[in-house]
Design a protein around this ligand. Structure first.
Ligand code: SAM
Length: 245
């Protein structure tokens, strides 16, 4: 059975994604380390450095597809405990793990966990200082809708930052990366969760995601200005940035 996008409709695609993350929620953080060989930590640090949250005053982050809270905790730490973070995810199992982690880290006072869809944010216009989404937007069926929602909820001067797998720039790296993605990742998934097929689907979703330039154009179409991107690890991941001016 193929999990390619052509074979499944949008509703089914979201259902498949939900199923993967319900199954993996308790082991998500260890899976992330295994599947990215620890690199996701470096890429997330780059996102937080780019955001550079203020160390005083009010700063309210919305981290969409925030899962187990990784980005939110890093931003709060970088703000020396001043930032407030709303972690939004469509998956209650991932958020449950995030809430437990927040309690253990004594960050419950800085965090709010909201179960909702990136395509329909349950917040008023002009509400947040920053919007982040890490390794989540490629799972959202209508990326243009999610980007418009990001623009709507940001205050003027607000920052949009998106970390996502992207197009690898170097041919030799691409070959190694493909071997890793199509062989190792489903195998790790199978070893840890008992089922490798959903990971095949997630790997395929990386291939279907627009490349750096095309995604930058989509961000501009949603209304963002000064849109730029930076590649990490030869383009395995890219960080896109935009401003609501
Ligand atoms: N941002 C976290 C990180 O970097 O560790 C989690 C990333 S995880 C690969 C992708 C997350 O996207 C999952 O928690 C999943 O439930 C969430 N997700 C998928 N579709 C979504 C949607 N339509 N709206 C909100 N979250 C969604």
């Amino acid at each position: 059975q193929s999990y390619g996008f052509r074979a499944v409709g949008d509703g089914e695609k979201q259902a498949l994604v939900n199923d993967v993350f319900h199954k993996v929620a308790q082991r998500y953080d260890i899976m992330n380390d295994l599947m990215s060989a620890g690199l996701h930590r470096v890429w997330k640090d780059a996102l937080v450095a780019a955001l550079n949250p203020p160390k005083r005053g009010d700063f309210h982050l919305l981290d969409v597809a925030g899962g187990t809270g990784d980005i939110a905790f890093r931003v709060i730490d970088a703000s020396h405990g001043h930032a407030q973070a709303t972690v939004l995810d469509i998956n209650g199992s991932m958020l449950g793990v995030g809430q437990d982690r927040a309690n253990k880290r004594h960050l419950a006072g800085n965090t709010t966990f909201v179960e909702a869809n990136a395509e329909s944010l349950p917040f008023p216009d002009l509400h947040f200082d920053a919007y982040t989404i890490a390794f989540g937007i490629r799972n959202v069926p209508h990326i243009d809708v999610a980007l418009r929602e990001a623009f709507r909820v940001l205050k003027p001067g607000g920052r949009f930052l998106c970390l996502e797998f992207s197009e690898v720039e170097m041919p030799f790296l691409e070959k190694a990366y493909e071997a890793w993605s199509f062989n190792a990742i489903p195998r790790i998934g199978k070893a840890v969760t008992g089922d490798g097929e959903p990971y095949q689907y997630l790997v395929e979703s990386i291939r279907k995601f627009p490349n750096q330039e095309n995604f930058a154009a989509m961000i501009r179409s949603a209304g963002f200005e000064r849109v730029t991107y930076r590649n990490y690890s030869g383009g395995i991941a890219a960080l896109h940035s935009g401003w609501k001016l």
